[in-house]
Design a binder for this molecule. Structure first.
Ligand code: SF4
Length: 396
């Protein structure tokens, strides 16, 4: 009987990724406090040594070397880091910023994330767009700007926004957009594979925080309360050969330094194991005003700039994405530090582009509410070329 279970676990990717073969089993070797000490204890000599390795560019930096570059000891080297980050970005991505736009299709959610407006306990009328409404939204987005890169977002409510529903949405959206990515509840590997067959290009999922105890506190109910299930979701995406896997943490839920180093370790693990996939990273800052939530640690503008440059120096391939959560001026300044992807014109409520304009509740307040054309103009003025689609798969 025991043997049967072992054989099943080795042959079924769904089972593998839930019980014992995903990053949830690896992360235990990294201690949170030790990681914080690594950052806090970095010295000027450490920074010089890591930057010398980065400049030689004969191997990739380790996550522990990345930890040195996000430390306060690296602050005097910000200008040099910015130049290196820009150089590595240009080598891989040229002068382009890939534009995308989110389309929220539902705000029903079974989870109770304490920092989110779609929280299950928040009393408001929930909406899930009908196929006709999805099409209306697609048309309205295409009228806004020539976006080819669509991020389909919903709350986590599998019985309303499950695989069947998402398959329909993908089919409706496909004629309007070149790249289709989803940001919904984590799924089984077989469900991801099914959606890939229906035209899915990418999946974005935020681990939110890698601190296991804090994670439980912030996500007390619903499937999202299962830390390991969410963490191993990225393995399930890789198993299903999802072309592009998007990862993210919310900076400020716990100490941002440890969270971002854990994200770097997770990225390296996934890159080795799922080398066919491309990766993107997002690290938005939590704001004190969101849903009355107070972040545990605040990351300053300068620290975020340092972190962005450090991430690009650490990894030359991953997309670094900045959404409309950041204000226009800051997005302008952060652009040359390694950013390769930006959203514009975002509405964060279902039907926000056409069906329910000004009616439903936003998931979060956007800080950059400009029209896509204005964002594109700013990008050009900064010396970059806005492209309205993601890189074609053929270039990978
Ligand atoms: S963050 Fe996502 S999963 Fe959590 S309550 Fe909001 S919509 Fe639901």
């Amino acid at each position: 009987m025991q043997e049967e279970k072992t054989i099943k676990a080795k042959s079924d990717p769904d089972v593998n990724s839930v019980f014992g073969y995903g990053f949830a089993d690896v992360i235990g070797q990294y201690d949170w406090d030790e990681t914080l000490r690594l950052v806090a204890g970095a010295t000027d000599d450490d920074v010089r040594r890591v930057l010398a390795v980065a400049r030689r560019n004969t191997r990739r930096l380790t996550p522990e070397e990345f930890a040195v570059l996000i430390s306060e000891a690296a602050d005097p080297y910000l200008e040099e880091m910015a130049q290196l980050a820009h150089h590595f970005t240009q080598e891989k991505f040229g002068n382009t910023i890939s534009m995308y736009i989110p389309m929220y299709v539902g705000n029903a959610c079974t989870n109770k994330c304490v920092y989110c407006g779609f929280n299950h306990d928040n009393p408001f009328e929930r909406t899930v767009l009908t196929p006709e409404q999805v099409e209306e939204e697609c048309k309205a987005i295409r009228k806004l700007a020539p976006f080819e890169n669509l991020l389909i977002v919903s709350g986590e409510y599998p019985s309303l926004c499950g695989v069947e529903y998402l398959e329909k949405v993908l089919r409706i959206a496909r004629p309007y957009f070149h790249n289709l990515t989803i940001e919904v509840q984590p799924m089984r590997s077989s469900s991801y594979a099914r959606l890939v067959k229906s035209g899915l290009d990418g999946v974005v999922c935020f681990q939110e925080t890698y601190h296991k105890e804090a994670y439980k506190k912030y996500h007390p109910r619903g499937m999202k309360s299962h830390y390991d299930w969410r963490l191993n979701g990225f393995d399930r995406m890789g198993d299903a050969r999802v072309h592009k896997i998007g990862m993210g943490v919310l900076l400020g839920l716990e100490d941002w330094r440890a969270d971002i180093v854990m994200l770097a370790r997770h990225l390296r693990y996934l890159q080795k194991k799922y080398w066919r996939s491309r990766f993107s990273v997002n690290f938005p800052r939590m704001r004190p005003s969101e849903s009355g939530f107070q972040p545990v640690s605040i990351i300053s503008d300068r620290q975020l700039a340092r972190l962005t440059a450090a991430f690009r120096i650490f990894d030359h391939e991953a997309d670094i994405s900045f959404s409309t959560r950041e204000a226009p001026e800051y997005r302008r300044h952060i652009m040359p530090l390694g950013v390769t992807s930006m959203s514009a014109g975002s509405r964060t409520e279902p039907g926000g582009y056409a069906v329910y304009r000004d009616k439903a509740l936003e998931q979060f307040e956007v800080s950059d509410g400009r029209e896509p054309a204005d964002v594109a103009r700013q990008i050009r003025e900064a010396g970059f070329e806005p492209v309205w689609k993601d890189w074609d798969k053929i270039f990978d």
